[in-house]
Design a protein around this ligand. Structure first.
Ligand SMILES: Nc1ncnc2c1ncn2[C@@H]1O[C@H](COP(=O)(O)OP(=O)(O)O)[C@@H](O)[C@H]1O
Ligand SMILES: [Mg+2]
Length: 595
């Protein structure tokens, strides 16, 4: 998913204030790295001169021991400087690029953690992963190899060409360099095509791995529907696509290397032809001639690097722009400026004239909602799928923000409660409960970290899941998820409940959290809540009347409106009401089951 680089100028990279901040942070590293690089480049360009000088001295028969020792000594010094310098610039420049990569990745993750549910509706995990990997890599390439080649090209190119012109011959230099310029131009343009094909290959590979992953996780479904052959056929197609994309890249690479060698050869031919000619006529010495040939060889790299550097900065700029766009995405749900400095609040809930529609939608999913629950009471919510139950919970947790002054918790306007205080005091078991690939005990004390084992066990007992857990071979240390045991729906629900209970929250919200639990176990959990959560509030959303019939207040939602409220007995008085009809239906079902 590397998007194309149109529209982004390489200069964007250097001008970005965000990047400048990092250059500033690592300026000493870059400084030392570049000093080492320049030292290497400088001493490298001395070699042809020394070698040329040796040849000239041989020709003049001035070749004595002192002279040889001097030349050897110099060459050894140069070799050592190059050796040490290369280690240093690698460490300092590539090290800085890696450090900045890490810093940006941290920035991205921190920012992503602040983004709202809405953001994740608009951006898929795959898309975000592409930014965190591909884009970040392109930025790192500009920061490391990009900066390196930029300075290398400038230093090595300048010193080499300067020596060729001033110390050898300007005309010869011009004649030999012109073909080399073609390398720079073609790398720049072929580089673009190369990048396109490279991205194509990456994308094909991503598709391939997605395909394998999905088909292997869904292997049971595939087998039970006897779809193996179809799956194999589809795989062959995806695999062929990957092959084709690889071949496209290989073909271009196959073209590129010989092409560049050919141009380098052409430049060499010109240099030898014309250079040999002016050597014979004594315009330059034999030593100068050999030095020139060596310089020409040294120029091939900078010529290739000019194009590469421009490409790296173009790609880096485009990627940086996308990364900055994420970082500049405003945090939608945050503490209000009038946030009250509290650490906790009582569990009373008051909802006043609440109307709500999701962002980017015109339909009100909640309207005219009014109710009040005192601290220590239990609120039951029942209603058909899509009636707005989960939406109400989303608002209580500020996963989405309600309108101002519509929801009050413990007497505080919910928008004025600091987010972390709000969420610390609410225990939430989402409808689509989620467990991490980790041990059971880590999944339960997730909310509190480093709880003592006893508290974990206590919470698991309260959620009626302790007996199941101890039956696993590794008990609480059993690993769950893709690489561990897989749990039943009911077990997952109860572990999620334990996770919420261990927080001992002021408000506990169970969103359809016992739907996969049998009624006896459900009763145990509810009894526990009643006995152990005195003075704390419970909000229980359910499909089954049995789950909520003991609630102090029950609200019946239908199409976003409260159609009935009261306790179980009051609601049953209204024989024509929705509650009564659900009750009758479930009673009938139960009788049928028992027969
Ligand atoms: N994130 C969302 N964006 C837009 N509409 C949503 C979103 N979540 C739920 N809805 C819509 O809001 C309505 C109520 O959904 P929900 O609160 O999940 O119902 P329930 O929990 O009672 O089954 C449904 O029509 C649903 O399609
Ligand atoms: Mg729901």
């Amino acid at each position: 998913m590397i998007s194309d680089t149109k529209g982004s100028k390489p200069a964007f990279f250097i001008q970005s204030n965000y990047i400048k901040k990092f250059f500033n942070k690592y300026k000493l590293h870059y400084f030392f790295g570049l000093i080492a690089l320049l030292a290497v480049d400088y001493v490298q360009t001395l070699v042809p001169l020394i070698v040329g000088n040796v040849i000239d001295q041989i020709e003049l028969n001035n070749f004595d021991a002192d002279f040889v020792a001097n030349a050897v000594f110099k060459l050894l010094g140069i070799a050592f400087t190059i050796y040490a310098g290369r280690i240093l610039w690698r460490y300092f420049i590539f090290g800085s690029a890696r450090s900045i990569e890490r810093d940006i990745r941290n920035d991205l993750f921190q920012h992503l953690e602040k983004m709202s549910a809405k953001y994740y509706q608009d951006h898929s995990p795959g898309e975000i992963m592409a930014h965190m990997t591909n884009d970040l890599e392109a930025v790192r390439m500009a920061l490391g190899p990009g900066i390196l080649t930029l300075f290398d090209v400038m230093a090595l190119g300048t010193i080499t060409v300067y020596n060729m012109i001033v110390k050898i011959d300007p005309l010869l230099t011009a004649a030999a360099i012109i073909p080399l310029l073609m390398i720079a131009v073609s790398v720049r343009f072929m580089g673009r095509e190369m990048h396109k094909r490279f991205s194509g290959r990456q994308e094909a590979f991503a598709q391939l791995s997605d395909f394998v992953q999905e088909n292997l996780s869904g292997i049971k479904v595939i087998k039970s529907f006897v779809q193996e052959n179809k799956s194999i056929e589809a795989f062959e197609k995806v695999n062929k696509n990957t092959f084709n994309k690889n071949m496209r890249l290989i073909k271009l690479q196959a073209l590129m290397h010989p092409y560049m060698s050919m141009i380098a050869g052409l430049a060499l031919a010109v240099a030898i032809g014309y250079g040999g000619y002016i050597t014979i006529y004594g315009k330059i010495t034999l030593g100068e001639f050999t030095a020139f040939i060596q310089y020409l060889g040294m120029l091939v790299w900078p010529m290739m690097a000019v194009g590469m550097t421009i490409n790296m900065f173009t790609m880096g700029s485009a990627s940086l722009e996308r990364i900055e766009n994420i970082l500049n995405e405003p945090v939608e749900i945050k503490d209000s400026e009038e946030a009250v400095p509290i650490n906790s609040f009582d569990g009373s809930i008051e909802v006043k004239d609440l109307n709500f529609k999701y962002p980017d939608s015109d339909k009100y999913v909640l309207s005219d909602i009014n109710f009040k629950v005192e601290k220590g009471q239990t609120l039951g919510i029942i209603g058909r799928t899509g009636s707005g139950k989960t939406t109400l919970v989303n608002l209580l947790l500020r996963i989405f923000d309600p309108n101002d002054s519509t929801i009050f918790l413990g007497g505080y306007n919910i928008l004025d409660i600091p987010l972390n205080v709000l969420r610390k005091n609410i225990g939430y078991v989402p409808q689509d409960n989620f467990l991490f690939s980790d041990t059971i005990s880590n999944n339960i004390d997730f909310g509190l970290r480093k709880e003592e084992q006893e508290k974990i066990i206590e919470a698991a007992k309260a959620a009626s899941v302790h007996d199941n857990i101890v039956e696993f071979k590794h008990g609480y240390e059993t690993f769950i998820g893709e690489r561990g045991v897989s749990l039943s729906g009911g077990q997952k629900q109860r572990i999620s409940i334990a996770r919420a209970l261990i927080k001992e929250p002021e408000i506990l919200i169970l969103d359809d959290s016992v739907s996969a639990v049998d009624t006896d176990t459900e009763e145990k959990i509810l009894t526990h809540l009643k006995e152990n959560r005195k003075n704390k509030t419970n909000v229980i959303i359910a499909h089954r009347i049995s789950t909520i019939q003991d609630s102090d207040l029950i609200i019946v939602l239908d199409e976003g409106k409260i159609v009935e409220t009261g306790n179980h007995h009051e609601l049953l008085q209204n024989k024509k009401g929705l509650y009564s009809s659900i009750y009758e239906k479930q009673l009938l079902e139960k009788m049928l089951e028992q027969e």
